[in-house]
Design a protein. Sequence first.
Length: 144
Amino acid sequence: MRFKRGTVSDEIPTASMADIAFLLIIYFMVTTTFAATRGLDFSLPQEEDTPLVDKEESVLIEIQPGGVLMVDNRPMELSEVLDYLKPKLERNPMKPVIIRPDEIAEYGYMVDVFDELRQAKDKIGIEVKNVSIPTQREIQMFWY
C-alpha cells in the first residue's frame, strides 16, 4: 500500500488571528481597572474663613499697552505706585492688590509691577501680602 505524501503549505493561516486579537483586547479591557483622571487637588478654605472683599476695597493696577499704568483709574508712574499704596496698606495690611494686564501688553511690564510690589517692605516699610493676577478667562467673566 502506497501512501501519498501531502505537501505542507508554506502559508500561515491568519483567518482566526483577528478573532484571537479581538478576544485578547476584550479580555484585557474587562480585567483592567481604569483610574479616573483626577485634576489638581485644591485645599479650599472653609466658609467661615473666607473674607468678604468688596470691589472698591481692592487696589486695581491696570497695565495697558506700552507700559502705561492705571492705578484705580488714575495714570501713574511705576515709581509712584508704592507711595500711593502706603496709606492704604497702613490701614489694612491685607488689602488686595490686583494686577490686571491688558491682553496685548508686554509680559515684562507685569513683571516690573510685581517686582515693585515685592520690594515694598524695603522701600516703604510695609509688605504687600495680597497680590492677585487674574487670568484672561477670569477677566472676561468678571470684568465685562
